[in-house]
Design a protein around this ligand. Sequence first.
Ligand code: ZN
Ligand code: ZN
Length: 391
Amino acid sequence: MPTKTADWQNVKTSQDMPLPCEMKAWVLGDPEELSLINKPLPVPGKAEALVRIDAVAICATDLEILKYGTPALIEGGAPFNKQFTPGHEYMGTVAALGPGVDEFKIGDRVTVEIHAGCGQCKRCRMGMYTSCHNYGLNYGENNKGHRANGFTTNGGFAEYAINNINTMIRVPDEMSDEEATLVVTAGTSMYGLTELGGLVAGESVVVIGPGPIGLLAVAVAKALGASPVILVGTRANRNEIGRKLGADYTIDARSEDVVARVKELTGKGADYVVDCAGTEITANQSVHMTNRGGRICLAAFPKEPVSFDLGALAVNNIYLYGIRGEGRSATHRAMAFMAEKRFDARHVHTHTFPLQDLPTALRYARDRVDDAIKVVVSMRETQDASQEAAQ
Ligand SMILES: [Zn+2]
Ligand SMILES: [Zn+2]
């Protein structure tokens, strides 16, 4: 057990989950430069728990943070050379409870969503905590207590992380660690459909871009009763996975006229479009495939300005929404679907590596080695080995 400093005095721990004084954690130095170091075990505060990380999935946004720094924001600036641990799609086991926490027990398996907003700004009060006005304000004199793990606070490429209890969701016993890491991705897809109005039963939904969010948007739309669900992609193997997740039709963007095909399948065009690619081509396709009065959700973050047919948007009374992350407790709704096995998110998980092989895992995700989609880093092997050593 850690030699308890004053900080640990009001923290609840258990003999069943003995805690080390230090933990292994990857930290970001210069861009793309990660090193595995020992860090002191972080101490959970009020409304927080210490989570032993059991598995963490790699997201395209992690790769972006490692290279460009954004959208991570540490102490008001770029995340480089600040002992910052990235990684945000993780799950694990509750290992210690901050003062007054009785919502969870030590030993509970949980998966986590990323953002605990400040809880006091206008957007947080509306449930839009991923758009918190105090993003990144968790330090210094104006500390608003905002947390976005792996973005503004330390994340999951480590053995332990702190989480606000509002961001923790219980994992059913029969769900694997790897599947549980995918709940936050499904939560992002769910948030997109929630922001579009949510009531998509019997309405046509087109998803453009079969990355993890797009593929799970197909699954969530289907589970919500959308009909038909159409997936647009450039790679046959990804479209095939989309069909397994519930796409009624897939369109090969390389060989077919995407807009004409959507109109053929839907009559007057799509009621809802979720654009997970965010390129000039897909933005224009989205506008032209949406029927009058329909809605488009942009679920990608293009780095450059994108030119698109704004006039067609206005003259056809089309609504355009942007989403960031997974607000309004969408991750809880995604877990409800996954716990009921309404879709099998495991179709998007392709590879697993141990924690010490994070650089290889990142390379698989970045270069799509061996058709990688979701690459997961698992701590199980390391935990089993250290348990054996202790015996
Ligand atoms: Zn992510
Ligand atoms: Zn806020």
